[in-house]
Design a binder for this molecule. Structure first.
Ligand SMILES: *[C@@H]1O[C@H](CO)[C@@H](O)[C@H](O)[C@H]1NC(C)=O
Length: 347
């Protein structure tokens, strides 16, 4: 769904499918070292509407370092993505709504694409009556962060001010729910033995990363939870769409891969994170939340054999070594670190 395969890609996928499918992927897929890994949530909307945004990985300098406990940072990035809008500047000590700040004068912005009322977006407040802090028909408007405030009929970002009201690029008022599957396997040598890192002496994990066609940034293959959809299904659907649809394999192989994915995602994954995401698209009234789950192919006989692009090929889906030295941005690096710790792997 994400990638309409170009001819070049098609050819290389077939080549790899032939060489790799059915064979254990071994040292040939030594993890590439992408320079940056960015959030997957650029892919939002339903499976029929996927709207990628680039530039999520840009370093946003507002004189403060992101820290899990500190105030949100990317949600205050001066330049709002895909627009010429500049946020009203919110200093660290004014992020909290409890800090009285009469001078606060945020910019009102809802992207034209959202105002066009696509299926993945709510109408404007006033023309409909959403039930906040609840499951509202097919749309889950409850937050992992607990009960959020609603002021003048508008939900308030649970992590505080962002300098911008309205929904920006986000479809829903309040939480916009995403799901990120982290699919892992052990890195093994030609004989199938786990490869240990020379420094940490711990076995190395690899995870499935996708390369975005638009900006070449790396991402975990996640996406938005569709209305009425179980998160467990979103995780599987996003992974299948992004990891599988970019592959040109025969129908019979496709079925086999689908079964493998179903089996893996049917297993109990390790829930890595559930909650607010500090995302540059967040506003005072709309924000990203996600569930990150790790599905691990311990025996290496399930999705480990997916015919993904190998090595440093300019492929779109790839096994990448889990290692702290990637230039991942804070939250995603943190997710992978938690996975590595859980699996007692190298980090
Ligand atoms: C904010 O902008 C939207 C459209 O972008 C508009 O419908 C709404 O009335 C504006 N709200 C305020 C408070 O100005």
């Amino acid at each position: 769904m994400l990638f309409s395969p170009s001819r070049r890609h098609w050819t290389s996928a077939i080549r790899l499918a032939i060489t790799l499918f059915g064979l254990p992927l071994t040292a040939s897929t030594s993890g590439a070292r992408p320079a940056a890994l960015c959030a997957s949530h650029h892919f939002y909307g339903t499976s029929k509407h996927i709207k990628p945004i680039c530039g999520d990985c840009y370093t946003c300098s507002i004189g403060t370092m992101p820290s899990p406990a500190g105030p949100h940072v990317k949600s205050r990035c001066p330049q709002y993505p895909q627009s010429t809008i500049t946020r009203f500047t919110v200093p660290d000590d004014k992020v909290d709504w409890n800090q009285k700040w009469p001078e606060y004068s945020p910019v009102n912005h809802t992207a034209p694409v959202v105002l066009k009322k696509p299926v993945w977006a709510d109408p404007d407040i006033g023309s409909f009556s959403p039930k906040f802090n609840a499951v509202d028909g097919p749309v889950d408007r409850s937050s992992f962060e607990g009960k959020y405030k609603v002021e003048s009929e508008k939900p308030l970002n649970p992590r505080g001010r962002t300098g911008l009201t309205g929904r920006g690029l986000l479809g829903r008022w309040g939480p916009n729910h995403a799901a990120d599957p982290v699919v892992t396997r052990w890195k093994v040598d030609a004989s199938g033995a786990k490869i240990h890192h020379s420094a940490s002496k711990k076995p190395i994990l690899q995870f499935v990363a996708i390369k975005r066609r638009d900006c070449g940034e790396w991402a975990i293959p996640g996406g938005m939870v569709d209305p009425g959809e179980q998160v467990s299904l979103t995780l599987q659907r996003e992974f299948s769409e992004e990891a599988l649809n970019s592959l040109s394999v025969k129908q019979s192989e496709r079925e086999d891969i689908r079964k493998r994915i179903q089996n893996l995602f049917g297993s109990t994954g390790f829930q890595v994170y559930k909650g607010y995401v500090d995302d540059p698209r967040n506003t005072d009234n709309a924000w990203m939340e996600t569930v990150v789950v790790n599905f691990h192919d311990e025996a290496g006989d399930s999705v480990s054999e997916l015919p993904l692009q190998a090595g440093d090929d300019a492929g779109h889906v790839q096994w990448v070594d889990v290692d702290s030295s990637f230039g991942l941005y804070a939250s995603h690096s943190h997710f992978l670190e938690l996975v590595a710790r859980e699996r007692q792997a190298h980090w």
